[in-house]
Each structure stands twice: as C-alpha cells, then as structure tokens.
Design a binder for this molecule. Structure first.
Ligand code: C2E
Ligand code: MG
Ligand code: MG
Length: 595
C-alpha cells in the first residue's frame, strides 16, 4: 500500500458497539496495514449520506449491519453510493451464510461475524479489500489508456484518424436529420518536412504539439480537430452556415498558424494550406468529403501556400488519384504488394534460354495488378523508386542464386534501373552489398539503363558504368534507338548489350525501314564488340529475320510473356528452347561479315 495513512470509515449504530470497535482497532493498530498507519473515523448510520462521512478518500468502509436483514442490505447500497469505488467490509452479529452471499452480491467485499475474528484477521480482510480495489483501479486506468491509444494521437493528444472518421460519420448523420451543413477542413503544414529536417525530429514533434494547441484554440468546443498523421490535420465543423462560416474558421487558423513560434530558443515560422469540403453540397459520404477537402488543400498549396480553397467539382480528381497512389506506394514494399515477373531471353544461335528480364508489377489492393508504365514514373517523381529498386535487386539476386542452388542452368537476370536510381547516391555500394549478401556472381546480374538516362550526364554515366563493369556486372542499354543519343557516344559506354527497341522490331521483315535500321544497329553493335537483344519479338517471321541478320538474342511474346518465377523454373527444368522452331533452320550470317 502506498499511502502513509489509510483512512477508515466505521459506520455503526450502537454506541456500545462503537466502543467495541475502538477496542478491536486499537489492538489492530499495532499490526498496521502493510506498514501504513490508519486513521479511524466513526460515524453512526444517521450520518451515512451526510457530508461528514462523504468527506474523505477512505481506504475502506467498515459497515456494521447489526442484524442480517433487508435494512442491512439497504445500508450497503447507501454506503456504496456514498463512497463509490471504496471497498466495504460488513459485519453482523449472526453467522448466516445466505445473508453473507447476498451482502457480497449487493457490493460488500467481505463479510465478518462479530466475535469470530481477532484484530489480525480484521487487518488482513481490510488489506485484501484495499489491495483488490487498488488493482481494479490500475486495471481500469490501463484499459482507459488503451482505449485512449486506439482513438487518440499520442504525440498531440488530438483525436486520431479513426476517431475523426467516427465523429464525422456522426456529424453527418445528425446534420442529415436536422437539415444542417457540416464542413470538413483538411490542413497541411507548408514545408514541414524541410523544417523537420532542419530542426531535428524531436523539435519537429514539439512544433506539431504547439501547432495542435493553436489549432484547438480556433474551433468551438463542440467541433473536432484531429491529426491524421504527419503534418496533416482535419477539422469537422458542425452546423455551419454554409461556406462562409468554414472560410472564417480557415482564415482564423491560417492567421494563428502564421505567427512565429519559438522552439528550444529557435524562432520558426510555419504556415499551412487548407482545403474545405461541405456536406451535403459537395458530397454526402465521409470518404468523399475527406477526399475532396484533401484535393482542395492541394489546390490551396498550388496557389502559393498559406492559403485556403473551397472544393469545386471541376478540380482534378485524377491528379488527386496520383497523390493517393503515391501514398499507397510508400507502404507497398512492406505490404508485399510488388510482384516480380521474369521474361525469358533466348539465344537466336542456340535457341536456348540465356537470361530473363525482371519486370515489376504492383498488386494494388482493391484495384488489381498495375503495370509498371502506370506507376514507375510516379515512383520516379516521388523518389520511392530507390526503395523499390533496392528491394527488387535483392529479391532478384536471391531468386537467381536459388535457381542455381537448385541445380538449374545458370542464367543472367536483367534489372531495369530508372534515371533516378542510376543517379542515386549509394547505387554502386548497394549493388556490391547485394551481390555479396546473396552470393550471386556479378556476371549473372545485368543492369539495364535507357539511352536517355545514359545521356543525362555523360561523364557520370561513363564513370559509373566503368565501375560497375569492373565489378563484373553485365550492362545493357534498354530501348536502344529511341533515345536520340549520339551514336558517337556509344563507343564511350562500356556496355555489353544493346536492346533494340520494340518499335524497330515491329512489322519485320516487311517494314523495309525497320529492317534497314535493325540491320545497321546490329552491325554497329557487333563492330563495337557488343551483343544485341531484340525486344518485343512476337512472331516467327520476326525471329527468323533477326537470326538471319545475326541478332544474338531475342525477348518477346513469341517465346514467352513475362511469367512468374515458378514458371521460369519450369522452363529451365524442361530445358524449353527454340530448337523445334522453324527459325533455327535458317542460316546465321557469319558475324565476321559485319565487322
Ligand atoms: P522494358 O524494360 O523495355 O521491358 C519490356 C517491356 O515490353 C515489358 O513491359 C514487357 O512486358 C513488354 N514486352 C515484352 N515482350 C513483348 C512483346 O512481344 N510484345 C509487346 N507488345 N510487349 C512486350 P512491362 O513489363 O509493362 O514494362 C514496361 C517498362 O516498365 C519496362 O520496359 C521498363 O522500362 C519499366 N520497368 C519494368 N519493371 C521495372 C523495374 O523493376 N524498374 C524500373 N525502373 N523500370 C521497370
Ligand atoms: Mg528493360
Ligand atoms: Mg525495353
């Protein structure tokens, strides 16, 4: 027990009994309760419910019921009401088991019969009662805290996303019944990331706490302000008088936010951008209201920050979709939503599978499989590609090593590097570490960069490719022929392979221009000592022609679409090749003829 002195309230009717109790408790005093002294207050029944007995924080109430009857049970109820949460120990003159269990049902913690217990026994009963009560209180407090954590943001103590949605749902239901308007404000701090990075995260947290307190001051007690996460806050304004009420609050918030704040002696200025949507004029469901307020907020930001904007249906929802997608993509790696497919590459000379290209797909929940063309550019723009790329590289190297360990024919697997990945810091280190960690020999990894990516900074490209080449990794120029790079630069790129873009393979061999271009690319590649892979080979006629002009390898639907890792395993196991195909009957022009 933590209290120094336990206060005990003894409620008894009979003055002679009071003397008895004093006696018992005087004897008990020397045992003390868990090391704590106790202080006894004696009152008679008449004073239950009066101020004198209700004035104090009692550790336990000893209630002398005298006789085991209904009047006694009534006294328990009164005592319970008067000292809620305080344990009650009752006493009677008679040992009556039925009555004892009734007394416990009525809320007594213990039942003792006068004359049948010694002071030690009384102390023990009191101690148990008090300890049990303290435990219950602690339990209740921890449950309350758990409930708090479910609905409140721990940093700011504001309602969190789930409580916000709950409150908005209720506000809408109420407004629907009463024909009222509800406004949703979506607030995002401007440049918070920059401030956070400059101040450090702990000061960034303090800033969010100060901002939360300030925001709270701008709304009525009955309105809700919540933190959705990061620097995003939302407000539900109930019973507003159309847009101008919401605009008034938005202006008030902007004004309050824009004042300088002092954080650990550093003065910072924060501003915010606010989007507003209204029920029922903009939308009648929770999701849309929040989405529209968010869209409007982006418009406000676009207007130059420290601004508010009301939602209007003409706003660009697809643009908003991109934002949602970017947000979802941030969690997609951890949520295992990315899947890698592999497209076989086959030798046009031997007909056997020589490699595979790893191609990413995003299994976006509730939408389905999204092809890379739809999300790679966004992943590039937001920089998320670097994280995705690291995961992909690791997974591909592990997979390739696993195929080798399973005794399958070793193949190289190609990984696409986007411009952002190629120029990202730590690229070379990441590749070396991944190869070392997975135990894959560098020659079984091929990196593909596009021509346009290679051209961005020739010096950097050549230096980086050189280092990678020295590490033994294979290098390829992807979509070759579409990047308008100067052919002259090609001699500087220490690459092994040119992948001829699908655009030139299309309609071969009938398209004479394409046939001439492809033939020239292959000749040039060979004369520079590089191999060629034709992309997008869909027909036997294309393959036959490519073989006839000495293209080294091909990749395309004619042999296989991009497939799962299991399917690749099967192709390797069954040694599937082009041997049976007609194309191998055609002669290959000697490469030496092109040099
Ligand atoms: P890419 O690197 O040129 O990959 C070849 C694309 O052509 C793949 O499209 C493939 O499915 C498709 N393709 C293959 N054979 C044929 C065919 O016979 N006919 C036709 N019509 N198409 C064929 P996919 O998988 O949609 O990928 C598109 C692009 O997305 C890739 O072009 C690549 O630039 C990019 N990409 C894919 N995965 C990744 C990745 O992991 N990282 C990065 N940075 N980019 C990736
Ligand atoms: Mg590629
Ligand atoms: Mg390509």
């Amino acid at each position: 027990m933590d209290e120094k002195i336990q206060k005990i309230l003894l409620v008894g009717g009979n003055p002679s009994d009071s003397r008895y109790w004093r006696d018992v408790l005087a004897k008990a005093a020397k045992y003390q309760i868990g090391g704590a002294a106790f202080e006894l207050k004696l009152v008679d029944y008449g004073s239950i419910g009066s101020k004198s007995s209700a004035d104090g924080n009692y550790g336990v109430v000893l209630l002398d019921l005298e006789s085991p009857d209904d009047a006694g049970l009534g006294k328990i109820l009164i005592a319970k009401k008067e000292s809620p949460g305080t344990p009650i120990i009752v006493f009677t003159d008679v040992d009556d088991q039925d009555f004892a269990s009734k007394a416990l049902q009525y809320g007594a913690q213990d039942y003792l019969v006068k004359g049948q217990f010694d002071p030690k026994c009384l102390i023990r009963a009191m101690r148990y009662a008090i300890e049990r009560q303290q435990m219950i209180r602690k339990l209740e407090a921890s449950r309350k805290w758990e409930r708090h954590l479910v609905y409140y943001d721990t940093l700011t103590n504001l309602p969190n996303r789930s409580l916000f949605y709950d409150r908005l749902e209720r506000a809408i239901a109420h407004a629907r019944r009463n024909g009222q308007t509800v406004a949703v404000l979506f607030i995002d701090l401007d440049e918070f990331k920059r401030i956070n990075d400059a101040l450090g995260h702990s000061k960034g947290d303090i800033l969010l706490q100060i901002v939360s307190r300030n925001l709270k001051k701008c709304i009525r007690e009955s309105d809700t302000i919540a933190r959705l996460g990061g620097d995003e806050f939302t407000v539900v304004l109930e019973n507003v008088d159309q847009a101008h009420d919401a605009v008034r609050v938005a202006k008030k918030i902007l004004e309050r936010l824009s004042g300088p704040l002092s954080i650990g002696g550093v003065e910072v200025c924060v501003t915010g951008s606010i989007g507003i949507s209204l029920f029922p004029s903009d939308a009648t469901d929770v999701e849309s209201l929040v989405k529209y307020a968010d869209v409007a907020m982006y418009y406000a930001k676009g207007k130059g920050k420290n601004n508010y904007h009301l939602f209007s249906p003409s706003m660009d929802i697809p643009g908003h979709k991109r934002l949602l997608m970017a947000e979802a993509m941030r969690h997609a790696v951890e949520s295992d939503e990315f899947v890698i497919h592999y497209q076989p590459q086959v030798s046009l000379i031997t007909g056997t599978m020589t490699g595979a290209e790893a191609l990413l797909r995003w299994n976006y929940p509730s939408v389905g499989v999204i092809p890379p063309a739809e999300f790679i550019p966004l992943a590039e723009e937001t920089g998320i590609i670097v994280r995705i790329g690291k995961w992909l590289l690791r997974t591909v190297c592990e997979q390739n090593k696993a195929w080798q360990k399973a005794g399958l024919k070793p193949i190289k697997v190609a990984v696409n590097l986007s411009a952002r990945q190629f120029s990202s810091k730590g690229l070379i280190q990441n590749i070396s570490q991944t190869l070392a960690a997975t135990g894959l020999e560098p020659k079984f990894l091929e990196l593909e960069i596009t021509e346009s990516c290679a051209m961005q900074d020739l010096e950097y490209t050549v230096a980086t490719l050189q280092i990678l080449k020295e590490k033994g990794v294979q290098l390829a120029v992807d979509d070759f022929g579409t990047g308008y790079s100067s052919m002259g630069n090609l001699k500087y790129y220490p690459v092994d392979v040119l992948k001829i873009d699908r655009a030139f393979i299309k309609n071969l061999p009938t398209d004479r221009d394409n046939a001439a271009i492809t033939t020239a690319i292959i000749a040039m590649a060979h004369s520079l000592g590089k191999r060629t892979i034709a992309e997008g080979v869909e027909t036997e006629a294309q393959a036959t022609f490519l073989r006839s002009i000495s293209c080294d390898e091909m990749q395309g639907y004619h042999f296989s679409r991009p497939v799962s890792s299991e399917a690749i395993e099967k192709l390797l196991q069954e040694k599937t090749n082009l041997t049976n195909s007609e194309i191998l009957k055609y002669p290959v022009i000697n490469k030496a003829d092109w040099r």
